[in-house]
Structure formats: structure tokens, C-alpha cells
Design a protein. Structure first.
Length: 367
């Protein structure tokens, strides 16, 4: 049998293959076998989009007021119709360690922006970057942009509350009852029924963490009985009998100004029933009050003059289990309860620089 070669057919096939290889793909995602020319190109299996451009802050700038990250949007040069993109923002230390990240939906216009609810140290340098996202695919990162952190405005997320109580507006802060803003000092809660409530969003719960604040105007013989400086509950049921009650007290004249606490965990409690309940002899302050619940130990620390000052009170107790508030409600003072006004909020106290978080109190919260 003779073999016959059709030279014309081979030439036509090679030409068709060359033509098909020269066409741009309409798929917005790079195939897993696609070659990448450099590290700034679309990652394998990633989104065929340009890197966003960082716009502000950059070049080591220190923003004034609330930190807002602003970037120019990505484009998708290989598709006729642009897809609705989301954007992942990330903050890094100058050594490259991850600090914070979030995903935001794309906005109309030429830029996208986000106000980070990150715990950053004041006057410390950081980098930030951003990349486009579509479903599970990610585009290339922008170049890093350097900035210096400032003291952030109030924020709340699933694991942290920060409220300087400096008179600025904060949507998550719900003030009930008589109160007065004292310039340069904080918020004064004027009577027993005054309080402030916050709720961690999206089912957030601090199973181990810290509640701390700077508190003034706490003389030895204050009004009332079992008055509270701050507290937490699971939801909004009676604060006295709440299953997740945490309360720290500066008691009134009927109890000679004792410090007391109660903390209910999932499998036990910590409560002042011994030498830890005593009157250290308060003045008007300021005092730094800190409650911590970590490694099954609840502790209350009070420092005279503010954070880092001389130790004024420092006692704690063991508990079993973990803190299980759901929803996790944070109170300055004490919420509605059956015990009556004189066992509610410490009247007249001035509170500021509130930090409640899984994480230790950052340096900016003390400035």
C-alpha cells in the first residue's frame, strides 16, 4: 500500500492553529497552565485584571483624622464588558507581617476606598496594598504604599470595640439617660440609670480578652450601693441575673467604697467573696480600670493616674469554661436590672478611652 501525503491539508491545519493561538481569550480568569511573565502579572488561575493603583496615603504620610485607604480601580483589558469587581485591602508591617484585611465591593467612579477598623499603633509605620477580586479569582496586588498610623476614630467589629469618648459621633454608641460631655475628659454619666450600650456585630463574641477604660470623678464616698463602672451581658435581659454577666463595681458610701466584681463563664464564675473585696481609698482620679479574662483567670487591675501608673488594686480569681455572651453586649455602667437604681451605674463618673477586645490594649488607646 502506498502512503499519500496531502501537503495542502497540513499547511491549512498549521495556519488555523497559529490563528487560534493569536486570539485574545474572553475568559476573565487565567487558565491554570498560563505562563506568567513576571511577579506583577496575573497569578496562575487568577483574575485577568490590572493591579489597582494606591493613591492615599502614600510615601510615609500620616493622615489626620480617620484613616481612609484610597486606590484607583482595576480594569479588565481582555473582556468587552467589565465585570463587577470586589477589592481586597491589606495592611502589613514594614517587615511584611499581616495586620488586617477586608473585602469591599467595587464602587462607581474611578476609585475605591475603605476606612480600616484595624488595631494600629500610633506613630508606627505600615504598608498597605489592594487587589481586585471576582468570585474566587484574585488579580495582582498593587505596589505597597507606606503610611504612618495615627490615633483612629471610634470603631467596632466582631472582636474589638474602641471608643475614645472624645465627643465625636459614633453610630454604634447608644447613650441612655442623663449625661454630659466634659471637654478633654470624656463622657459623664449623671445618674444611676445612665448608661452606654454597644453590641458586637455579626455574632462577634470575645471569649477571652480585655475591658479597659480611664475613669474620673470616683471619690471614696459616692452615692448608691453596688454601683458599676462597666459590665457585659449576653443580650439585653435583666443585667443582674444575666447568664453572661460581667460587672466591675466601685461601691457607694453604704459599702465604704469597696471594689467588687462578678464574672459568669460557661462552666463557673469568678466573684469577690474574700480579701479581694476591699476599699482602697479612692480620690477623684483619674484611674485606669482594666478587667481581663484569659486562661481561665479573671482579674481586675486599677492604676492610679492612668495607664501605667502606680498599682492601686490588683485581684483576680480562677473560673472554668469560657465567656459565652451571645449577642455580646458591652455596657458603660450597668444595663436595666431588677436590683434597682442604687445597684446600677456609678453616678457622676467620667469615662473615656474604652477598649474591649480579644487583643491587648494598644498604645494609641492611652494617648
Amino acid at each position: 500500500m502506498k502512503r499519500v501525503f496531502h501537503i495542502g491539508s497540513v499547511v491549512f491545519l498549521l495556519a488555523a492553529l497559529a490563528a487560534s493561538c493569536g486570539k485574545k481569550a474572553a475568559n476573565p480568569v487565567s487558565p491554570s497552565g498560563a505562563e506568567q511573565s513576571d511577579t506583577s502579572a496575573t497569578p496562575v488561575g487568577g483574575l485577568k485584571a490590572t493591579a489597582p493603583t494606591t493613591q492615599s496615603p502614600t510615601n510615609g504620610a500620616k493622615p489626620t483624622g480617620t484613616l481612609v485607604l484610597v486606590a484607583g480601580r482595576s480594569t479588565m483589558p481582555y473582556v468587552a464588558v467589565q465585570f463587577p469587581l470586589s477589592y481586597e485591602f491589606e495592611i502589613l508591617t514594614t517587615q511584611g507581617a499581616h495586620v488586617w484585611s477586608t473585602m469591599v465591593s467595587g464602587e462607581s467612579g474611578s476609585t475605591i476606598s475603605v476606612a480600616p477598623d484595624a488595631s494600629l499603633n500610633n506613630d508606627q509605620s505600615y504598608n498597605w496594598r489592594v487587589r481586585a477580586s471576582y468570585q474566587e479569582a484574585r488579580g495582582p496586588w498593587s505596589a505597597n504604599a507606606a503610611f504612618v498610623a495615627n490615633k483612629p476614630a471610634a470603631f467596632i467589629n466582631e472582636r474589638t470595640l474602641w471608643d475614645p469618648l472624645d465627643g465625636s459621633a459614633f453610630a454604634a454608641r447608644r447613650i441612655v439617660g442623663a449625661h454630659t460631655w466634659i471637654p478633654g475628659q470624656g463622657l459623664r454619666l449623671d445618674d444611676f440609670t445612665s448608661h452606654v450600650a454597644y453590641e458586637l456585630p455579626n455574632g462577634g463574641r470575645i471569649e477571652e480578652g480585655e475591658f479597659s477604660a480611664v475613669i474620673r470623678n470616683t471619690p471614696h464616698n459616692t452615692e448608691g450601693g453596688k454601683t458599676k463602672v462597666f459590665s457585659m451581658t449576653g443580650g439585653y435581659s435583666d443585667a443582674t441575673t444575666n447568664y453572661a454577666r460581667m460587672s466591675v463595681e466601685k461601691r457607694g458610701e453604704g459599702n465604704t467604697g469597696d471594689v467588687a466584681f462578678r464574672f459568669l463563664a460557661s462552666n463557673g464564675e469568678a466573684e469577690t467573696v474574700g480579701v479581694e473585696r476591699y476599699a482602697p481609698g479612692f480620690t477623684d482620679g483619674p484611674y485606669f480600670w482594666q478587667a481581663t479574662w484569659r486562661n481561665q483567670h479573671f482579674n481586675v487591675l486599677i492604676q492610679e493616674g492612668g495607664p501605667g501608673g502606680p498599682e492601686f488594686y490588683n485581684f483576680g480569681k480562677h473560673y472554668e469554661g469560657f465567656y459565652q455572651a451571645q449577642p455580646h453586649v458591652i455596657w458603660l455602667g450597668f444595663g436595666p436590672n431588677r436590683s434597682g437604681p442604687d445597684s446600677s451605674t456609678l453616678p457622676g463618673m467620667i469615662i473615656s478611652k474604652v477598649w474591649v477586645s480579644w487583643d491587648p490594649r494598644p498604645s494609641y488607646a492611652n494617648q
